[in-house]
Design a protein around this ligand. Structure first.
Ligand SMILES: [Mg+2]
Length: 305
């Protein structure tokens, strides 16, 4: 039996969303569910961490976040170590975690699940390097160049298409390199144009996963090296999208799983973590199994079956 939520704190990123009037939607569903709610607005990076910590101190029954994956990552950093469940109210240009957990991408629908008591608790893993936490993943090379190329202004204007245009530019820009990996004590040296160290498997804009074996609750990070960007890779991506399963092709993609991962590359490539560009490399990355409780729809654990 899930604990009844009586009071909730909502962190709102005012930059997120598609211009909908969010407060009336939230207010109506909280009223219907008889939930007392307070909200705080983020103004700069780091605010959501502090608000989440304050909500934990106040002893709320749940913490909700309206924003994209960046705001979510900050809120989770402030929640780690507490038992307070997280409610995701999708509002970003990319909602990878909401999609991964089978949550609706529409705010009204997400609020309805909460007010109708149609959510259950699921524990998810969180990644860590130094004192930083991440929920989606870290990548080197192509994807990091895509993130670098999609700035806030373009994202506001074009949404997910900002990434598409940036991807076309990055295809020309990204150079191959050699990745030096150490995964749970095993060393690997592999050439590629992109390396993902990921907690989630979906592509962020639909229920399509690039590998159905990637699980946000299995206590493992997935390390995927894409070796070449050529027509065969394009074909592989299309087959994956149609069949919803990636056929093995070691010449194109290598895949490991682990709990403790070190990575560097020569020459140096761009690095991003949960959509933010990082300058630091080499990285030593670990997973914290079951670090956070999240409320997900009762009917399905994961949209990808
Ligand atoms: Mg996993």
């Amino acid at each position: 039996m899930e604990k009844k939520i009586r009071n909730i704190h909502i962190i709102i990123n005012p930059v997120a969303g598609i211009g909908e009037s969010i407060l009336p939607i939230i207010n109506a569903s909280m009223k219907e569910a008889d939930i007392k709610w307070e909200a705080s607005i983020t103004h700069r990076g780091g605010d959501a961490v502090q608000y989440a910590k304050a909500a934990v101190k106040d002893g709320v029954d749940a913490l909700a976040v309206y924003g994209g994956d960046g705001t979510l990552r900050e809120a989770i950093s402030g929640l780690i170590g507490s038992e307070i469940p997280l409610v995701i109210l999708p509002g970003g240009s990319a909602n990878v975690m909401a999609t991964e957990l089978g949550l609706p991408t529409d705010l009204k629908e997400a609020c309805k699940l909460l007010s109708h008591g149609s959510l259950k608790t699921k524990t998810i893993d969180v990644g860590q390097f130094d004192k930083h936490y991440f929920i989606i993943g870290i990548s080197l090379g192509f994807e990091a160049d895509v993130v670098k190329g999609a700035d806030r202004k373009t994202k506001n204007k074009l949404g997910i298409f900002a990434y598409l245009f940036s991807a076309i530019a990055a295809l020309k820009k990204t150079k191959k390199c050699v990745y030096h990996l150490k995964i749970d004590g095993q060393e690997h040296e592999v050439q590629g144009f992109m390396c993902l160290i990921t907690n989630t498997g979906n592509l962020g804009f639909s229920n399509i996963s690039f590998d159905k074996h990637i699980d946000v609750s299995d206590g493992l990070l997935d390390v995927v090296v894409v070796r070449k960007a050529n027509l065969s890779l394009f074909k592989l991506v299309i087959i994956t999208l149609i069949k919803r399963e990636r056929p093995d092709n070691l010449e194109l993609v290598e895949h490991w799983q682990g709990k403790d991962i070190s990575i560097s590359s020569s020459p140096k490539q761009s690095v991003q973590c949960d959509g933010e560009v990082l300058e630091k490399i080499p990285l030593h990355i670990k997973i914290i199994p079951g670090a956070i409780k999240v409320l997900v729809p009762k009917r399905m654990d994961k949209a990808i079956e």
